[in-house]
Design a protein around this ligand. Structure first.
Ligand code: TPP
Ligand code: MG
Length: 598
């Protein structure tokens, strides 16, 4: 039998930490660990098309399963490719461990081929823990520290393994000597609840409010019942951050939907009108959509003390687990009559639903993207898992997709990186092959990473208990979100050269790969396409040919703040800009604005 190496220890340690699969890409710099994975037969190795998507898969794994995502790459270029996915984990606070190869210790410092100072490279993104092993004795200890730190700090960590360390004989786990440390895996999380006096202070503040709003973020996952109960007692309206959208059933009459630039008119009204704000597990960046500082007294709950008070001035900052802290609050908050405020909130919500329906029904060239996403509501299986890419699709997801309670939906929110929907969807599918996946992406995101990762889908779907994996491409031949930003923020016309995208036959690409492809270019076919795709015997790509002229209109903004959209469009030649102007005026009118002519 071959001698056990430090890499065998790495692989055993992964299993001891509960890791079922490792997402990565090979290279000679990490061959020692790959060999150990081959010998052990577990964890499973998932080959991505690119180290960036492997890292996104690891983040997706952490998001859908709640566990630690693990990615693996070779030295030099492979390591560099991981960065974007690791930043996604850092910015959305997810535990990910990166295992990265390195040239042999004997050449480090010689400017060798593929030699990059990896500890320095990962020093920012893995600031909580990055360490290169110099000896095999360090290896189990470094893995234990990487996992524990990732879990304890909800962030990415990295272990760098030079080639000679990977292939060195495994250290003796029972050694007892000066200068050698023997460690163990495992971490059991704690209940984190604030002190009683602080809970009482929060309850008093909330109970004194006349017009209470509760903003829920991803930290409130699993606390839906507590939020609904508290909202009921306080007569509060509930609003979600983008990441908090799946937390609470959006069909509740007091749920105003997602907040912010991409949010609903109802959530803008709620934030503008409240006098009291409870923030639960959220870091939502759209500060201009929060109440004006001074307008609302605020309580915040977060499991990470560093997050308290950094988005809105807070009187009672509570460090605690969302569900546990809400339960403690429910012990002391008494029911009260706040029906006048509740009625106003419910009116805003009803009005928003009318606006959303009308906007999605507006005729477009050829198909309105809002209609495509809205048509998925009601058709989404109750056991689905949803992933969403970055681009205008996030607006339509936030505003128009009704998620059945319990359906998880994830996206790269804080980093907002394009190219994440396919790797996220794959991670969701591999974790739960018995559940259908729906991935929503723009054509730019598809061209960036999605087309390549469809190859991964094509190579794996036959192994899945439920082969349904629906990718919907909003094909608008435009980097539309940025085109609208060029107009709104700069007041400039869309720069065609930077914004226009090649027209790619997405459905045919799917067919070439042995999947199904459906091209949809009329509104009437949208519903049937979703139904066909969700009943198919294999993964399906829906190529939805949609209009780039639908504005990404922020809700309830004074004319001055959207004036740039008019100025930009006015400076653009062509039929698309005229159409966009008409859509813009119509959508502004449905919010009650009568914008002056330019
Ligand atoms: C990796 C990365 N590069 C650039 C951007 C800037 N950006 C944000 S949205 C967007 C356009 C996305 O285009 P597409 O996927 O076609 O979606 P659309 O907005 O057209 O629906 C761009 C370029 C980004 N967020 N991430
Ligand atoms: Mg596009």
């Amino acid at each position: 039998m071959a001698e056990r190496t430090a890499s065998d220890v790495v692989v055993e340690r992964l299993t001891e930490w509960g890791v079922d699969r490792v997402f990565g890409y090979s290279g000679d710099g990490i061959d020692g660990v790959l060999g150990a994975l081959r010998r052990a037969g577990k964890p499973a190795f998932v080959q991505a098309r690119h180290e960036e998507t492997a890292a996104f898969m690891a983040v997706g794994h952490a998001k859908y399963t709640g566990g630690v995502g693990v990615c693996l790459a070779t030295q030099g270029p492979g390591a560099v490719h991981l960065l974007n996915g690791l930043y996604d984990a850092k910015l959305d606070s997810k535990p990910v461990v990166a295992i990265v190869g390195q040239q042999a210790s004997t050449v480090l410092g010689s400017a060798y081929q593929q030699e990059i100072d990896l500890v320095r490279l990962f020093g920012d993104v893995c600031a909580q823990f990055v360490q290169a092993a110099h000896t095999p004795e360090q290896v189990p200890m470094l893995l234990d520290r990487a996992f524990r730190t990732a879990l304890a700090t909800r962030s990415p960590t990295c272990v760098v393994l030079p080639h000679d360390v990977q292939t060195a004989p495994a250290p003796d786990p029972a050694t007892r000597q000066h200068g050698v440390i023997v460690t163990s895996p495992g971490l059991r999380p704690a209940r984190v609840v604030p002190h009683d006096a602080d809970v009482r202070a929060a309850a008093e503040l909330l109970s004194a409010g006349e017009r209470v709003a509760i903003l829920v973020g991803q930290g409130a996952y699993g606390a839906a019942a507590e939020i609904a109960e508290l909202a009921g007692r306080l007569g509060a309206g509930v609003v979600a951050s983008l990441l908090g959208k799946p937390v609470l059933d959006e069909t509740l009459p007091f749920h105003t939907g997602v907040m912010g630039h991409l949010g609903t008119t109802a959530s803008a009204e709620l934030m503008d009108g409240c006098d009291t704000l409870l923030l639960v597990g959220t870091n939502d960046p759209w500060t201009e959509f929060y109440p004006k500082p001074g307008q609302a007294r605020a309580v915040q709950i977060d499991i990470d003390g560093r997050r308290l008070g950094v988005r809105y001035p807070v009187e009672v900052p509570l460090l605690g687990d969302a569900a546990e802290t809400l339960r403690a609050l429910l012990e002391v908050v008494r029911p009260r009559d706040n029906s006048a405020w509740r009625t106003r909130v419910e009116d805003w919500v009803r009005r928003w639903h009318e606006i959303g329906e009308a906007r999605a029904a507006a005729p477009a060239e050829p198909v309105n993207p809002q209609h495509v996403v809205r048509a998925l509501s009601g058709r989404l299986p109750t056991d689905a898992q949803v992933s969403v890419d970055v681009g205008s699709v996030v607006y339509w997801y936030a505003r128009h997709l009704r998620l059945p309670p319990g359906v998880p939906a994830h996206l790269s929110s804080t980093l907002a990186s394009m190219g994440s929907a396919l790797p996220y969807g794959l991670a969701a599918k591999l974790a739960r092959p018995d559940r259908p996946v729906v991935a929503l992406a723009g054509d730019g995101a598809m061209q960036m990473n999605g087309l390549a990762e469809l190859v991964t889908v094509a190579s794996r779907w036959r192994d899945w208990a439920d082969p349904r994996f629906v990718v919907c491409v909003l094909n608008n031949r435009d980097l539309a979100e940025v085109s609208w930003e060029q107009r709104e923020m700069e007041g400039e016309p869309r720069f065609v050269t930077s914004q226009q995208l090649p027209d790619v036959p997405y459905a045919q690409w799917a067919e070439l790969l042995g999947l199904r492809g459906l091209r949809v270019s009329t509104s009437d076919d949208v519903g049937a396409a979703w139904e066909t795709a969700l009943a198919a015997d294999r993964p399906v790509v829906i190529d939805a040919v949609v209009d780039p002229a639908i504005p990404l209109l922020p809700p309830k903004r004074p004319f001055e703040m959207v004036k740039g959209m008019y100025t930009g469009l006015d400076a653009e030649p062509g039929e698309m800009a005229r159409r966009a102007l008409a859509h813009l005026r119509r959508e502004r009118a449905d919010e009650g604005y009568d914008d002056p002519p330019l």
